[in-house]
Design a protein around this ligand. Structure first.
Ligand code: SF4
Length: 293
């Protein structure tokens, strides 16, 4: 495969041409998750431990302080780096619209912030929330990051997502029709899924007009239901070669319009159980590029 796919940095350059580069600052606005607090489910997704994918999941610092310290760590004084404030932890539209307005407005108006990215579930994007995001999008660009994970409803049930693929489709199309940029989060290698399932997920992402995608291999982290099942021998992980083959096919299906933000799944070493290669971005890219287009 030629690396003719759109790289995420090029996607960001299109959106933010005034900046030399754009970096994300992860934020925790103190949201919960409807799949943890009982709104739609309890126990959360079978693979989820927020501490494994968000460096700020445990912070108690006020939001503006998190932003300022993130900016300080990235930017030099005369640096032309734009900041993408990234609401990362838990479900960042799981609150009444007025509360969301109060949280997002001061961040989007911050002089160093180029735009904001908001990670959320598809069932937390009702029309009133999307209308608010569309309104804020007229101030600075907003990217809505939607957890799709898979197009297979039976898998969604097995992993306790508590939403359907159709729900993801509707949310993505509503955002797209409201001129919002969208990033899909997907997992390759969920239990009982085949190459056909991975390809169907790619087709769903393409059909929904996502702007970008984060592709992750299933990786097992501590403190999750999957940790227990993996240790009991109930989960067989996808091999590195099969993952790269499936990711190459995924990219072939969604290219060239959808930017590829990620193909690896980085977790802190003390949280990751398996597979050891899941965070090896360069090695995974090298292998993906070996597949024919
Ligand atoms: S992965 Fe997202 S939706 Fe699932 S439990 Fe974790 S925070 Fe909630």
């Amino acid at each position: 495969m030629e690396k003719e796919t759109k790289a995420y940095k090029d996607f960001l350059k299109e959106i933010f041409p005034q900046f030399g580069r754009v970096r994300k600052v992860a934020l925790n606005a103190g949201f919960s998750c409807p799949n943890l607090d009982g709104t739609v489910g309890k126990g959360g997704c079978a693979y989820c431990n927020n501490n494994s994918f968000s460096q700020v999941a445990a912070t108690e610092l006020p939001l503006l302080q998190q932003l300022e310290s993130g900016i300080k760590a990235i930017k030099n004084k005369n640096d032309k780096t734009g900041i993408l404030a990234y609401f990362q932890s838990y479900t960042n539209t799981h609150a009444p619209v007025q509360k969301l307005r109060e949280i997002f407005t001061p961040i989007i108006l911050h002089s160093d912030v180029a735009g904001i990215a908001i990670g959320t579930r598809p069932d937390c994007l009702p029309s009133q929330v999307v209308e608010l995001l569309a309104e804020l999008n007229s101030i600075k660009p907003i990217i809505v990051e939607i957890g799709v994970q898979t197009a297979n409803d039976q898998t969604l049930k097995n992993i306790n997502r508590n939403h359907t693929a159709e729900c993801a489709r509707k949310a993505a199309l509503l955002c797209k029709n409201s001129k919002l940029l969208t990033t899909a989060h997907v997992i390759i290698g969920l239990p009982h899924e085949s190459a056909d399932d991975f390809a169907n997920t790619a087709k769903l992402v393409k059909e929904c007009g996502f702007s970008a995608v984060k592709i992750h291999p299933l990786h097992i982290v501590k403190g999750t239901r999957f940790e227990e099942e993996y240790k009991e021998g109930k989960i067989e992980l996808i091999s590195l070669a099969d993952y790269c083959k499936a990711a190459a096919e995924f990219i072939r299906i969604v290219q060239p319009d959808i930017a590829i933000e990620r193909v690896s799944g980085e977790s802190p070493a003390d949280m990751l159980i398996a597979p050891a290669w899941s965070g090896d971005r360069n090695r995974i890219w090298e292998m993906i590029l070996q597949f024919p287009p």
